[in-house]
Design a protein around this ligand. Sequence first.
Ligand code: ARG
Length: 563
Amino acid sequence: MILKEVIKSAVCCYFKDEITMSNIVVENPKERKMGDYALPCFSYAKVVHKAPNVIAEELKVYLVNHCSLIERVEAIGGYANVFLDRGRIAEEVLTTIIAQKDNYGYNDSGLGKTIVIDYSSPNIAKPFGVGHLRSTVIGNALRNICKKNGYNVIGINYLGDWGTQFGKMICAYKMWGNTEEIKKNPIDELKRLYVKFHEEAEKDPSLEDLGRKAFKDLEDGDPKSLELWKWFRDESLIEFKKTYDLLGVSDFDSWQGESFYNDKMDVVVEELEDKHLLEESEGAMIVSLDNDLPPALIKRSDGATLYITRDLAAAIHRKKEYDFAEALYVVGNEQSLHFNQLKQVLAKMGYEWNKDIHHISFGLILQNGKKMSTRHGKSVKLHDVLEEAIALSKEYMMNRNSTLDNIDLISQKVGVGAVIFNDLKNYRINDIEFHLEDILKFEGETGPYIQYTYARIMSLLENKKNIEFSFKNVTFNEYEWYLIFNLYQFADVIKRAKENYDPSEVAKYLIDIARDFNKWYALERMIDEDVEKTESRLLVAEATSIVIKEGMRLLGIEVLNKM
Ligand code: ARG
């Protein structure tokens, strides 16, 4: 049941179709006590030749008589404020949630359409840094949210596993590498070699050429180079998977990284040539762009391809393979130029579907206002951040309740959940502050706060007897009603989160739900002698737990029965 639509059609009848459905406005009032919905009457005045307050007065009588879901209407200052029949709506909302369980909130608007999401996409032979946290968790949440809107979703981990840096790495390995050391500690050792290469290249610039030449060999399929590259890649994936497991993110549909496109770029370059888009510039091949965009560099003068060359091949390949309705790229703000260039080159090639490509950008993770880094200014490993969050969360848990069974598992879910929730609760474009102590707090806008609310409901539900009761006999007080009405909004939130590609819609909603629940919980005795009312309260609590659990699942966070 879509309440706003029901009210709109009743208002439409009142106007005897002088005003169309699409012109009828149903708002959420500024304050909850002003009603469940507000109908501003100003824009109708000219059409029906009546003053707004007159329209509001007439609607007040009309709606109560013609819409059984409305209990009363107040006319104030040109607004008709609608108060719904709480008993009826509560019955509808609660029974729907209990019947649909984790399916509640689903809509099928995406049925038959595919969305491809390119997310996480770390670079191999480097540590999985905290810089890739945001893409990973935002992408994962968007993936769940799109599915909840009925879309078929393909999650792609477009690994950064190709490019000149691997030529340099191969050179460095050949010059200074030690197989045993790499086997012991692959990522750190490869990173060390890579850094050493750069240090040495400062003294001896000819190394740069050597690196480029080595990448060219790799591109041309030299077996020895490929073997080394594959080894680096395999070792990296083993490491990355540990981090994904900890985060609870692992179900990518595809791991086709940049290297996958090595043999798919020639046709793209030919196509650019055939379409007369390719120009030579200082030995390199470029595509000139409009609107002040710098040209896209497609091939370097030595013939090597670039990041954008691979992204062009990947976009065209994905369109052929999946016939996507939308392709999302969850990548930081700093790559905006790259994605603008990519879209424009595709447009110039005549691919109208370039408009279905969306760069889902996001801000930085800051610590005290500065980009998060180690004391030596290096990038922080995501695994270390998560381990630290888990350790501190364990400390907090021990202080609160040391009798918990499997405290390690609980601390893990709470610590990791806190990191993810902190990332998703703000609009993604904004930079986020990262303060372990704050994000692990049990009060405020945190993951643990939501998880704790869930656990509280779970222990309450141990008292549930599942007796039948009649909604006609029970009444819902103010706080209980706000909560129920908010539970009703879940489907809307899921739609908005998809439309804006914004998981924070869901996170903020969960904060509201948890707040509503806790306010109600603090003011009312949940279990008393009134058996029917007690059972109705527990039903509201159960419905709340279903929505919290499902909302958290969409964000990629687990809830706990006890904590
Ligand atoms: N590996 C890249 C990086 O770490 C991100 C890749 C994003 N996806 C893409 N199709 N370009 O910066």
